[in-house]
Design a protein around this ligand. Structure first.
Ligand SMILES: NC(=O)c1ccc[n+]([C@@H]2O[C@H](COP(=O)([O-])OP(=O)(O)OC[C@H]3O[C@@H](n4cnc5c(N)ncnc54)[C@H](OP(=O)(O)O)[C@@H]3O)[C@@H](O)[C@H]2O)c1
Length: 270
């Protein structure tokens, strides 16, 4: 029970990596505050936590709303009196060429992934400073290497990385741990729910989800790295290679990434 009585807020914990984190952190004794926009999905996620006897608090909250983030933190403090770890996980993706994508879709991705992170971190920071705890950003390999037809998603993840690098350096002498976790391809609902050019959900994943890391494996890596207070976590061999090669041969990587992503089912470019 490495996290006994610690309080962990996980945004977007009704599916995928967030839901898995709630269970993995909860099994280590943490009290988990989970959020999501859908009452039904929050209830489903709650059911599984109940079955595993995890102490939890569900909060219906939209990550892209500043007021919801403020209320999320107030409810967490009211219920548990402290916050030790914030996992900024809520996120959505998109797939469309920049020339074709509605700017409202672009804004929605930034509002959820980037602004959601800023709001939650802003309201949690005073409590996390007190507990000398951790702030985790669930970024992506796309926060280190952009991919075509994911301009908004890549921009949101690069923005998160810059935000956290700056914040980390600001609070490094005050005992606050800031980590950027970059999962590689992970089986989840992110690609089914990814927005197309005019904001509809894509409906199905264009990749083979069976060949990816599972959300539970990713959550276990995030737990380990959080306990070790690591600065960064980059997952999958493909992900580590992409980050490394993009640092040293970015021009060659442009061609490699184009060719790789063009192979996706229904890719909007060839
Ligand atoms: N899966 C991958 O391959 C992969 C790779 C790298 C990084 N990531 C990152 O990992 C994080 C989790 O993604 P996932 O793969 O687990 O996707 P997922 O299965 O689609 O889960 C996303 C979660 O975020 C919630 N969410 C979305 N928009 C929200 C909003 N506005 N307010 C509150 N909650 C919201 C969803 O709940 P509701 O829809 O019910 O609100 C859901 O619980 C994301 O930040 C994603 O960018 C994923």
């Amino acid at each position: 029970m490495k996290l006994k009585d610690k309080v962990v807020i996980i945004t977007g914990a009704t599916s995928g990596i967030g839901e898995a984190c709630a269970l993995v952190f909860g099994k280590e004794g943490a009290k988990v505050v989970i959020t999501g926009r859908s009452k039904e999905k929050l209830e489903q996620a709650s059911q599984s936590l109940r079955e595993h006897e995890v102490d939890f608090l569900p909060v219906l909250a939209d990550a892209s709303s500043e007021a919801d983030n403020q209320r999320m933190v107030e409810e967490a403090l009211q219920a548990y009196g402290r916050i030790d770890i914030l996992i900024n996980n809520a996120g959505i993706s998109m797939r469309a060429l920049f020339e074709e994508v509605d700017l409202d879709v672009f804004r929605k991705v930034m509002d959820t992934n980037f602004w959601g992170t800023v709001y939650a971190t802003k309201y949690c920071l005073p409590a996390i400073r007190k507990s000398r705890g951790s702030i985790i950003g669930i970024s992506s390999i796309n926060g280190f290497r952009g991919t075509p037809a994911r301009t908004a998603y890549s921009a949101s993840k690069y923005a998160m990385n810059g935000f956290f690098e700056s914040l980390r350096t600001e609070v490094m002498h005050e005992g606050v741990h800031v980590m950027v976790a970059a999962p590689g391809f992970t089986a989840s609902n992110i690609r089914n729910n990814a927005l197309t050019a005019h904001g509809e959900s894509q409906g199905e994943s264009p990749r083979d989800e069976g060949k990816m890391m599972t959300a539970t494996e990713v959550a276990e890596e995030i737990l380990k790295a959080t306990l070790r207070r690591k600065r960064d976590l980059v997952l999958t061999i493909q992900g580590k290679m992409a980050v490394f090669l993009n640092k040293w041969i970015p021009g060659i990587m442009d061609g490699m990434v184009f060719r790789e992503m063009a192979k996706e089912k229904d890719s909007p470019f060839k």
